[in-house]
Design a protein around this ligand. Structure first.
Ligand code: UT7
Length: 440
């Protein structure tokens, strides 16, 4: 196969039908919803563009074509925690399975900066330029701000100048919720590429004096690039659930509109994670099994068809009690890496997916289940038929250089735009001010 063909194959994620870079909406196929190929559709008073064609809707699928993760370098072991709170390595290992976790020690490490690094790796893996991304969804439980969204900051950091961006708040279920949203956008014909990121700096909202929570959580980010494809498979079905009656079981009570930040909210630790661990444990054990069963039925699969379950990495005992015992799925079909990272909330499933791929546990044709639960209470599951080659592609020098240049330029462009805005606001009079002067 020529280099050219190799390149095209990789762009397609190895899937001939995946809409490749440079082909967006010009791949000879009409989007599934039958709109005109320019992606804008046609309104009664607008003429279809000359190049637009209209063909009946055809099957469209959402394939994961890129993946990547990033964790901060600072590691805190259980032994380290013994120095901070009244806990023991033995207690943490036996009750949770966690041995260590990564934490964002540098102020420069934020949910967005981790998300940008994970996102770049996913784009590198798919060999896709950031300006091809239509939408960035960042699922996070530790957003940088109430607003703006962490996704918008990531969009700026990636130089993804054609992407919409929003945060998705469904706590630890967020990544699976976001995958479902990405699938929906793609199947509707609204997007060709959606970057889905789970990004967390939970160490910033953990009470490091509360042994019941601080031993559990870690920081990190994972990302997948979801692409439109006409090859069957990909994200086949999803199940999303919520039971808000359990909202108080796992919460950061203050800092929102219910309990705005105040001296009292800070003094009483209202901005830290509070959890009824036992209640969440019972809930999680039930919904993980139920959601997995439901999503398999929706996808037309049975438990026996499953090659790998990648569950939310909160507690090994939850995974054992639900996936292994209730569903009778053998341990070799379940991926667990929480011993290294703790519970990284929305980032746990994409990080585990990346490590499962690295470990050779995922191959084309495999049926995967992603299943998570979290605050809300929420739960979610996706069934995926994996179709993308998992070998890291040989980097295309030119495309890689273009991507790296875009990342460098993104920071400069962002600074430039901020400077221009400052100049406009300070030097140039506003339209209203000009009107006022004219009236005088
Ligand atoms: O993404 C969703 C996030 N949340 C979760 O997934 C949490 C789900 N729940 C859990 O994973 C478990 O409930 C925990 C790991 C949080 C707790 O395990 P447990 O087996 O349910 O322990 P427990 O809460 O029943 O506590 C047992 C004992 C208590 O002492 P007493 O009252 O029996 O004397 C706790 O005070 O363990 C004590 N304890 C600890 N001891 C040493 C609680 N935390 C610690 C600790 N080190 N870190």
């Amino acid at each position: 196969m020529s280099n050219q063909n190799d390149q095209t194959d990789r762009e397609n994620g190895g899937l001939n039908g995946v809409h490749a870079e440079g082909e967006r909406s010009h791949n000879g196929h009409a989007p599934a919803n039958g709109v005109y190929e320019n992606g804008k559709g046609s309104t009664p008073d607008s003429q279809p563009r000359a190049e637009a064609t209209f063909t009946p809707a055809q099957a469209r699928y959402a394939q994961i074509v890129g993946w990547g993760y990033h964790v901060p370098s600072k590691v805190i072991t259980n032994a380290d925690l013994e120095q901070i709170v009244d806990t023991q390595d033995e207690w943490i290992r036996s009750r949770t399975g966690i041995e260590e976790r990564h934490v964002a020690a540098s102020p420069a490490e934020t949910s967005a900066s981790l998300g940008v690094l994970a996102g770049r790796k996913a784009l590198d893996m798919a060999d896709i330029h950031p300006n091809k991304i239509d939408l960035i969804i960042c699922a996070t439980s530790s957003p940088e701000h109430i607003f703006p969204s962490t996704a918008s900051i990531i969009q700026d950091g990636l130089g993804a100048s054609n992407a919409g961006a929003f945060d998705l708040s469904a706590a630890c279920s967020g990544f699976v919720y976001a995958l479902s949203m990405a699938r929906g956008h793609i199947l509707a014909g609204d997007a060709e590429y959606v970057l889905v990121i789970g990004a967390e700096t939970l160490s910033r909202i953990v009470d490091w004096t509360d042994r019941t929570t601080c031993v559990l959580f870690g920081d990190g980010a994972g990302a997948v690039l979801v692409a439109a494809s006409d090859v069957p498979g990909g994200i086949m079905a999803s199940v999303l659930g919520s039971d808000g009656s359990g909202a108080d079981l796992l919460t950061v009570p203050a800092g929102g509109s219910a309990i705005p930040a105040s001296l009292e909210s800070v003094n009483t630790g209202g901005h830290f994670i509070k959890m009824d661990g036992r209640a969440v444990f019972r809930f999680a054990t039930r919904v993980m099994a139920e959601a997995t069963t439901q999503v398999l039925a929706k996808a037309g699969l049975t438990v026996q068809d499953v090659d790998l379950v990648i569950p939310h990495q909160a507690n090994e005992r939850i995974i054992q009690n639900s996936v292994l015992k209730q569903l009778q799925i053998p341990a070799e079909k379940v991926f667990i890496n929480l011993q290294k990272y703790g519970n990284t909330s929305t980032a746990s499933i994409p990080i585990a997916l990346c490590e499962a791929i690295e470990a050779g546990r995922v191959k084309p044709g495999d049926k995967l289940v992603f299943v998570g639960f979290g605050a809300g209470l929420t739960w979610a599951a996706c069934a995926v038929e994996w179709r993308t080659p998992v070998e890291k592609p040989e980097a295309n020098w030119w495309r890689n250089t273009q991507r790296q240049a875009t990342y460098q330029a993104a920071a400069a462009r962002s600074m430039w735009k901020r400077a221009i805005r400052r100049v406009y606001s300070q030097v140039l009079p506003t339209r209203e001010e000009r009107w006022d002067k004219n009236e005088e």
